[in-house]
Ligand binder design. Structure first.
Ligand SMILES: [Cu+2]
Length: 151
C-alpha cells in the first residue's frame, strides 16, 4: 500500500524524463537500422553498364555486398589509396566530404568513370578483368588511387 502511494506520487517530470530516455533509445535504434539499410543499397549510377550493377548481389553481415570493398573519399583523398581485390569483386566509393564533390575517373578510360559525387553519394564498379586500374578525381587531379585486380 505504501509502495503504491509512493509510486503514484512521483512528480510528473520523473515520468517525462523516463519516457524521454526510452524514446531516445528507441529512435536511436530505428535510425541505426535505417542507416545500415541505406549502406547496403548503394545506388547504382545511371551511366554504369548493366553488367556492372549491384542488383542481385547478396547482402553480407555488414550490409554491403559480400564481394565489395569500400573506399571513402575525403578532402585528404581516397582511403585506402590502393586496394587489391579479386576478379568479380566490387569497389564502392563513398564521398564523405561535406565541402566538395569528387569523381572517380579512370586515368586511361579503362576503369571507373563516376559522375560528380556529392556528400554521401556512392559509386560502385565491379571489376571483371584482372589488371591495375589507376584513377583520379577530375576536380582535384592530385587525388589519386589504384585498384589492383587479381585472378
Ligand atoms: Cu576531388
Amino acid at each position: 500500500m505504501e509502495n503504491t502511494t509512493n509510486y503514484a506520487s512521483r512528480p510528473l517530470w520523473h515520468w517525462i524524463i523516463a519516457y524521454a530516455i526510452i524514446a531516445v533509445i528507441v529512435y536511436g535504434l530505428v535510425y541505426y537500422i535505417i542507416a545500415l539499410k541505406k549502406n547496403g543499397n548503394a545506388p547504382v549510377p545511371a551511366n554504369q553498364s548493366p553488367a556492372q550493377t549491384l542488383q542481385g548481389t547478396v547482402i553480407g553481415a555488414n550490409n554491403l555486398p559480400v564481394n565489395s570493398v569500400v573506399v571513402t573519399i575525403s578532402k585528404n583523398g581516397f582511403s585506402p589509396k590502393s586496394v587489391t581485390i579479386k576478379k568479380g569483386q566490387t569497389v564502392v566509393w563513398k564521398n564523405e566530404d561535406a565541402s566538395s564533390a569528387h569523381t572517380v575517373t579512370s586515368d586511361n578510360n579503362n576503369g571507373p568513370m563516376s559522375p560528380e559525387l556529392k556528400k554521401n553519394s556512392t559509386y560502385s564498379d565491379t571489376f571483371m578483368e584482372a589488371g591495375t586500374y589507376h584513377y583520379h578525381c577530375k576536380l582535384h587531379p592530385e587525388m589519386k588511387g589504384t585498384v589492383t585486380v587479381t585472378e
